[in-house]
Design a protein around this ligand. Sequence first.
Ligand SMILES: *Cc1c(COP(=O)(O)O)cnc(C)c1O
Length: 613
Amino acid sequence: MKRSLRGVTIKVCGLTDPDEALAAVKAGADAIGLVLHPTSPRAVMPAQARRVSDVVHAMSPSRVRVVAVVVDAEPRAARELAAQIGADAIQLCGDQQPEDWVGFPLPILRRIGVEPSAEAELLAWRPVAALMVLDHPSGPGGSGRPVDHAIASRLCQRAPCLLAGGLGPDDVAAAIARVRPRGVDASSKLEAEPGRKHLGRVTAFIGAARPALARAHGRFGAFGGCFAPETLVPILTELDAAWRQLREDSVFRAELDQLLGDFAGRPTPLWPARRLSEVLGCEVLLKREDLLHTGAHKLNNTLGQVLLAKRLGKRRILAETGAGQHGVATATACAQLGLECVVSMGAVDAARQRANVLRMQLLGARVEVVHAGQRTLKDAVNAAMRAWIADPLGSHYVLGSALGPHPFPSMVADLQQVIGEEARAQSLAAGGLPDLAVACVGGGSNAIGLFRGFLTDDVELVGVEAGGTGPEQGAEHAARFASGAPGILHGCHTFLLQDDDGQVLPTHSISAGLDYPAVGPEHAALRASGRARYTWATDEDALAGFDLLARREGILPALESSHALGWMLRARDELRGRRVVVNLSGRGDKDLDLLQDRHGELERLRERSGALP
Ligand SMILES: *Cc1c(COP(=O)(O)O)cnc(C)c1O
């Protein structure tokens, strides 16, 4: 039976004995390559190749593919050799011509030397080869020399490719991020000596390559992806490629850094909140995103995306907004950078948030009021998406959180990561890394921005969702991790609040910014791997957190950020004596109307928290 190469993303090549091959399979290789070219230092004789292939198939009858690597073999000889050793596929490295291989009974991998003229060869092979192996142009392969990343990246957009060329555990992740291949193929850098694999290096290589490949394709573990309507896929692909390139472009970086600095006010301070620390019994460091221009972290993202759109030659920016905060941040970036701005907003939201509607209009944006559906955020998202599909070349859709189809979750997190990078450096300068980093989680952008700064440190990461009236059954909340389940919403696979039929459930939170049925996929993955933990705070917890910060520190926090503080208040036994960085994602001026309505409640809470030490 012909076995396809569909699931093959990591190939370890040049194995010479059964034990090595088994170790590579155990470490997670999808394919192993047996070199049948007699002059290679990694050559195996057919009888030995058969032994290797038999043990691999015995151990992993369906997952792992055995690839016979040949240089100049013609179809008939290749077929016999493959049958003799029990190979699942053949890799051609020599001067073969694609037309001779039409109808070959096994899947074909074709080696392509990465040079400016390679595209024609790749296109000629595309109809007959299932996968291209991109290698250095010298010799028939296995040179161990790295390929030109810019050319390789272009080739990867034309056909499914495995990147080869001297990849090892240390450089594979960076190469994947630049080239974005379907998979990788490695040999010489995984060796202890020519022809003998170093098992530690094989394991390290696969351990580095697997998450990098997932990330490059918008996967965070089992979550993320790009579940978009067909009309949007080419737009998203273009956006992904553009972001990958611009993210590393020094001119773009300098322009964005200047905007973030002198226009927006970065770096934001890390404030040692001594009077708050006193009542909580732990050492609290507040990351002051509330001091950023427009009063929240959202501007980090909108400045980045609007600058990207401008570099791509777009004229018009589209966005949706619920409470209006993202709309204002987008309108601000557009006014600063000179792009037209259209913000969709549900009619119900527009009536509730008149001040933000006015702000957007004063900034020169057009607010498009949506009268369809429930006339709230979800309907505004649909309207903005439709506008984007109608004008993909002239417009860019600025998504407001680390959500949605790839590349948005990665791109937004990349843009918010500055929060965590600064907070890490600032906490080190102020005496050392924290024990915990805490942030509220709506779509998850301020939290992932903070967390990314500490991912590889021994720092506990805590995300706080909106517990509303309490996340038990029947209550109204937006605690996706407490009572949601995996599903797909707005282009991405993640945790959602849904009923047994998969219908999205209505949500509630005192803070509009946390009131959303889905959470960003990177958080779903961080939770699944155990790297971060997610909890919730109720509306009442948030009010208590707000009150505490206002009176103890002279800072009115946004009700979103107040959830992180409210959780800390509740968890203070656990936090005692520890050092905690909290992301103060925004300021509370926008919440004054609501606070006025709930003033009585605030008074009662104050009586209660008056009992605090
Ligand atoms: C929008 C908003 C949030 C929630 O969005 P995330 O993407 O989860 O960060 C949190 N805090 C403030 C102040 C906001 O405006």
